[in-house]
Ligand binder design. Structure first.
Ligand SMILES: [Zn+2]
Length: 90
């Protein structure tokens, strides 16, 4: 993603856990990468078995609001400072 494209993308879609058994698709601001971090443009995301217990309200570590989908595939859209990878597949 070029710097011009990056600057034009301000929001992303996220599946947000709102409350037990309640989720919504929201638009959230695209985060800025910190030092040694990258921003991944997610192409696919799965819902993990551990998230199922969170969705049901049976997990003490998953408290709303929370973005689900920690098992993802995608491309590195852009890098923070001091990262080694360049944008693309990594
Ligand atoms: Zn998992």
């Amino acid at each position: 993603m070029s710097n011009e494209e990056r600057a034009s993308v301000k929001e992303m879609q996220a599946l947000v856990y709102e409350a037990p058994r309640t989720m919504s698709l929201r638009k959230l601001p695209v985060p800025e990468p910190e030092r040694n971090e990258v921003i991944v443009q997610v192409h696919y995301s799965g819902i993990c078995g551990s998230e199922l217990s969170g969705f049901l309200g049976e997990s003490s570590i998953r408290r709303p609001p929370l973005v689900f989908g920690h098992e993802v595939s995608g491309i590195i859209a852009y890098n923070g400072e001091d990262t080694v990878n360049t944008p693309g597949y990594g």
